[in-house]
Design a protein around this ligand. Sequence first.
Ligand SMILES: [Zn+2]
Length: 337
Amino acid sequence: MTSKNEKAYNLLKNSIKKNSISHFYIFHGPNNVGKKKLAYSFSKLLLCENQDIEKPCSECDSCSKIDEKKHFDIVFIDSNSKIEGIDENKSDQIRLPHVQEINRLSNLGPFMGNYKIFILDSAENLNNEASNAFLKLLEEPPKSSVFLFLVNDLSSIYPTILSRAQKINVLETSKEDIKSYIYEKYDLEESIIHKVINFSLGKIEIAEKLSSDPSLIEDYYESYDRFFDFCNSDISTRMEFSQKFSSRYRTDRNAIHKELNLWIDFCNITFNAIYSKDKSVIFEKNLSDIFQTSQINIIVLELIRTLSNLKSNANPRLVFDVMSLKLPLKREEIING
Ligand SMILES: [Zn+2]
């Protein structure tokens, strides 16, 4: 395993150790970051016949079949996968017959080991019909089934599907790699580099953008302040925000899309800080001081839902009102209200 995905890998390894394996994972991150590789490494951990060791043996029958990509209990599916009895798929969608096939194989159970693993590459290509069928399958998944979705962009997955999955962020580049890259290329103060690294969330293109124009960092902070104030306020104040958002949306919808995507990033930055127990301060006001982790998860889902509602041309005022109501209230608001 390369070091860059070590965090994700260890997280998965611990879930096996603690016997808390989820039925459904979404590995998300940009192209070519090793999502597929991580999926196969995780499969090896699950299927290796010499189970009581720290890492897969790479020698048993299971391990060698996985290396040859010939393991019977790993089913790899993308929009090009051929399924018997249906016409060749000319669209780039993952369609209902694909999910029906998953359902059939899943009910047959594993041949060799304890798990049947389904890897769906570019799972954002699931069309509506297929997504619904998959949700149905998730209601009562066969015990042995593990579904691994590989996606670039979380916001293109149905919120109802997202909420059922354990999401694993597969970062493009480690913080250390980004840091040395910026050091070489730009002449920046240490404090700025620190911010660039945290804001880039492992995406080198964002690190480049911020390093070449650090004034953008100020925009990020302003956006964060708006986000924090929005989350931190009561319903009536949120409704005022909602009105401002919707009138802005009518004149510049891209700005609002960008802002909401940034807010999702801010949640991920907060998660990263929580999980890595990083004590270095990047924001003065901390989201995790007013919300529990599970609530921040709900915030992410609501932001994604808001973006997809806006894309489907719903009335913006209504969409922002709904977001204002559905976003969790900070702890004191619940106690006092
Ligand atoms: Zn093995």
